[in-house]
Ligand binder design. Structure first.
Ligand code: PGA
Length: 228
C-alpha cells in the first residue's frame, strides 16, 4: 500500500470539487488523500469511502487572536485526518521556518492528525551538491519521533517544472531521509508527477508514495496515477 496524495494548492471552486468527486473513480489498494483549499475541506462528507482528506496547512498555535489561521483542533473537528506542513511554497512566500513547521507538527500531534512534512532543496543547493546535508538539517527535529510521520521529498526545482531527478537520485534521497528519522516513517516523492511517470516512480523500492500537485486537479489523471 502506497500513499497517493493530491495537493490542489489554491485552485478550484465548489463546482470543480463536485465535478472532481463525481469523476474520480479508483479501485486501487493505495491510500488516496486529497488536499483541497481550506474552504472545501467540508466536502469530506461527499468523498468516496476510499479517499481521505488533508489540509494544506495549519496554525502553529492552539487557539486565540490569530486572525485568518485555522487550528489543528478545527481540522480534527472537521474529521480531517492528514495535514501537509512545510510545503516549499509556504517556506518561500510566507517565509515559514523549520521552527514554525515543528510547532505546527506539535499542534497536529496533539489532535492525532498525521502530518505530511515537506522537505527538499532548491536548484542552487542541488548545483552545489549540498542537498543531502540541507535536507538532513530540515529533519533535525524529527529524528526521535515515533508517532506516525509522513515526509514528502520535493526538490523545489522539480515542482511544476516538468523536471524530475533521476530514479536513482530519488532512491538515494529517500534513503538519506529514512536514515535520519524513525524507522516507521514513510517517505513520498513530489515534483512534476503525472500519469506518465507515476509507475516508474512507484517502482522505486524504498518509496512509500507520491505527492501530486498539478496532475491531481484532473480526477481521471489522478485516478490513473493512484492505479499505477
Ligand atoms: P507538481 O507539485 O506536481 O505540480 O509539481 C507538487 C507539489 O508542489 O506538491
Amino acid at each position: 500500500m502506497k500513499y497517493i496524495v493530491g495537493n490542489f494548492k489554491m485552485n478550484g471552486d465548489s463546482s470543480m470539487m463536485i465535478d472532481w468527486i463525481q469523476k474520480f473513480s479508483c479501485s486501487s489498494k493505495n491510500k488516496i488523500i486529497i488536499a483541497p483549499p481550506q474552504p472545501y475541506l467540508n466536502f469530506i462528507d461527499k468523498l468516496p469511502n476510499n479517499v481521505f482528506m488533508a489540509a494544506q496547512d495549519v496554525s502553529p498555535y492552539q487557539d486565540g487572536a490569530y486572525t485568518g489561521q485555522v487550528s489543528a483542533k478545527m481540522l480534527y473537528d472537521l474529521k480531517v485526518s492528514y495535514c501537509i506542513i512545510g510545503h516549499s511554497e509556504r517556506r518561500e512566500y510566507v517565509k515559514e521556518t523549520d521552527d514554525q513547521i515543528y510547532q505546527k507538527f506539535c499542534q497536529l500531534n496533539e489532535c492525532s492528525i498525521t502530518p505530511i512534512i515537506c522537505v527538499g532543496e532548491s536548484q542552487e543547493i542541488r548545483e552545489k551538491n549540498t542537498h543531502e546535508n540541507f535536507v538532513v538539517n530540515q529533519l533535525e527535529k524529527y529524528t526521535d519521533i515515533n508517532e506516525e510521520l509522513i515526509f514528502a521529498y520535493e526538490p523545489i526545482w522539480a515542482i511544476g517544472t516538468g523536471k524530475i531527478p533521476t530514479i536513482s537520485d530519488i532512491g538515494q534521497m529517500i534513503n538519506v531521509i529514512k536514515d535520519n528519522v524513525s524507522s516507521n516513517a514513510k517517505v513520498l516523492y513530489g515534483g512534476s508527477v503525472n500519469a506518465k511517470n507515476a509507475s516508474n516512480l512507484l517502482a522505486i523500492d524504498n518509496l512509500d508514495g507520491l505527492l501530486v500537485g498539478g496532475a491531481s486537479l484532473n480526477p481521471v489523471e489522478f485516478a490513473n496515477i493512484a492505479q499505477s
